[in-house]
Design a protein around this ligand. Sequence first.
Ligand code: GRF
Length: 197
Amino acid sequence: MPDPRIVVLASGTGSLLQAIIDSSVREFVVAVGSDVPDAPALARAEAAEIPTFVVPMRADRNEWDRELSGQIRDWRPSLIVTAGFMRILGSEMVAEFTDRIINSHPALLPAFPGAHAVRDALAYGAKVTGCTVHLVDGGVDTGPIIAQQPVIIESDDTEESLHERIKEIERVLLVDVLSRVVREGVSVRGRSVTFGE
Ligand code: GRF
């Protein structure tokens, strides 16, 4: 990927973002955006001297989409990474950045999509879950899968303990995928994603 420019979007504590900041991918991150003004993820970006922007959700969802898209475009990204970003990107943005938006999800997709993946896996009684790094398409966690790692569910797991074990694996997987994407690029044929252009 020539001149990689990454915008990371995060809503929460930002431990995935921190893993990116602590890796060789850091040099390609041009900005971090959030929908949550006091998200700890923003403080992590600021501590790493990465520019930040905030677009809080609006009553008018289309207005929010337009404002967020404008802020993202200003950074001329070649890649957008949603790392714990708890909002769905607008359809225009998804179309404009086809195969250039990467999301990290705390379950083995297509099992347990959506905002409560860890809770849902526990409630279902699954014995194995994990994490998925995938391209974003117009659906909710439905885009082509780039990489996955399993995590065993223990009988005494709580949502918190399981999510923490998933995130340990997720941070490594996301950084690994991003470093390969910026160096090698990705090819997408239907649902099949391979590294290299
Ligand atoms: C990750 O598990 C991500 O997949 C999910 O939210 C978590 C973000 O964690 N959507 P953090 O805010 O990066 O610590």
